[in-house]
Write a protein that binds this ligand. Structure first.
Ligand code: SF4
Length: 244
């Protein structure tokens, strides 16, 4: 990605430079920090090869989700929103649940929050097509209410299976619900950020950040989200280097 395009995406996000590691809590500190931090281009992340057996497993899982009636959300959905992206992606992004637009279009992270997520990915040299994106819940809660524990309990196995099939090098949980679901935690999002967690038997590294919908309501936290994205980039590079 050329520098002009990168700057365009950063401007869309209200951020003009990468943030240094270590935490920035107020806007004056943020402004001071931006002046001496370069916006180095991010090298593309290499993805892994495919497997026909895995492809068949994907189709089975997709069919199960499309006809699922495990929880009452099946009665109010337009359609189940399975997930989208590269099934061999290095980075898998997990959100909360479909909203109005996602329910109508059958794809996660569309609408304004989706546009912001796309811009965030573009700013670190990734496209939506190169990552895999899924939600904890595959069906929209009415009026976009919070997911209920029973719904998460019924649906979580689908997400677990998706992660098992993708085998990402890194998981990015955006928002409190995704973080709580993947980490089996009830801690505040602010306490879960700024550290590398690990998920499942494979101990896949996991980073927690803000949900794009939250960032639209609270643009002052976009700078912190960029700290998280920088951490994502570093961990992906480390993983590539370790695997040769
Ligand atoms: S939210 Fe999940 S468990 Fe509930 S009906 Fe949809 S796919 Fe099934």
């Amino acid at each position: 990605m050329n520098e002009m395009l990168r700057q365009y995406y950063l401007t869309q996000l209200g951020v003009t430079r990468w943030l240094p590691q270590g935490g920035i809590d107020d806007q004056s500190a943020l402004a001071a920090s931006l002046s001496d931090v370069s916006c180095a281009p991010v090298a593309p992340v290499q993805d892994r090869t495919t497997d026909s057996d895995v492809d068949a497993a994907w189709e089975t899982l997709r069919e199960q989700v499309q006809i699922c009636t495990r929880c009452p959300l099946n009665q109010s959905r337009t359609q189940a929103v399975f997930g989208v992206g590269n099934r061999q992606a290095s980075l898998m992004i997990v959100g909360e649940a479909p909203g109005y637009h996602e329910d109508r279009q059958g794809e996660p992270f569309v609408g304004r929050a989706g546009q912001l997520l796309t811009a965030m990915l573009a700013s670190i040299g990734l496209s939506r097509e190169r990552v895999f994106i899924a939600n904890v819940l595959k069906c929209r809660p009415p009026n976009n209410r919070d997911p209920q524990a029973a719904e998460v309990a019924e649906c979580k196995s689908y997400l677990n299976r998706q992660i098992e099939l993708v085998q990402p090098r890194l998981l990015l949980a955006v928002g409190r619900f995704a973080a709580h679901c993947l980490l089996d935690s009830t801690q505040a999002l602010s306490r879960l950020r700024n550290q590398t967690h690990h998920y499942g038997e494979r101990q896949t590294p996991l980073i927690v950040s803000y949900h794009p919908a939250y960032l639209l309501r609270n643009p002052k936290d976009k700078g912190k989200a960029y700290q998280d994205l920088r951490q994502v980039t570093q961990l992906l590079r480390q993983s590539e280097n370790q695997s040769g």
